[in-house]
Design a protein around this ligand. Sequence first.
Ligand code: ADP
Ligand code: MG
Length: 242
Amino acid sequence: MTDTPRLEIRNLMRSFGGRRVVDDVSLSVMPGQVTCLLGPSGCGKSTTLRMIAGIETQESGSIFVDGEMICDGKYRVPPEGRGIGLMFQDFALFPHLSVAGNVAYGLKGRASKNRARVEELLGKVGMLSHIDNYPHELSGGEQQRVALARALAPRPRIMLMDEPFSGLDDRLRDDIRDETLDVLKAEGTAVLLVTHEPGEAMRMADEIALMRNGKIVQRGAPYNIYNTPVDKEAAGFFSDIN
Ligand code: ADP
Ligand code: MG
């Protein structure tokens, strides 16, 4: 394993209306690993993710993929050139496309090759038998699986996930979390997962970055953060794990 992070952000800053919502955030994700950006609602998680994706601009700070700078104040690789996949809660499937059409949507190149990739991924997420269905014929959990396959289809080096499981009911959520993790690990994708649920971070993360009021207040392995929280507030945050 190399020491170069797949994704590294350094000193990212962003304000809205004179208020600093992302304040000097630095973090990294190693190849094949899951880093969770964990913190309460409004602390700046989504804004951080959007800057990494390139759909929001930072005031300062820089972003590196495999050691290569993709964005600082002056230089900017556009979103589609960053090798980054996105999975957001409200990132719906295209209703007019079949499951196969949705997963193939971002793929370029030969149709037969794409078909093989679509089938491979739908197999991995357990949705191959639904390949010709349309989104409205699927349950929420099934749609989620297809969305994962769609995001992975172009083989992104990095996957950014913003509360991707929060629309699902409790019973389903645990299963989908585990399945999602299996698929991401099998694909070797580095993942930055945003969540406000400590239980989700404990379950999924190799490393947790705890965020509060725009700042990272603690970073470490899940059990370290859980056992030695940086302060009372962090301890309280972890105390209501479900
Ligand atoms: P989180 O994802 O942790 O809930 P966000 O990154 O969405 O937090 O938001 C952080 C803060 O920045 C919030 O107070 C939010 O209202 C504010 N904010 C986010 N986007 C914008 C925007 N485009 N314009 C103004 N304020 C924003
Ligand atoms: Mg958010």
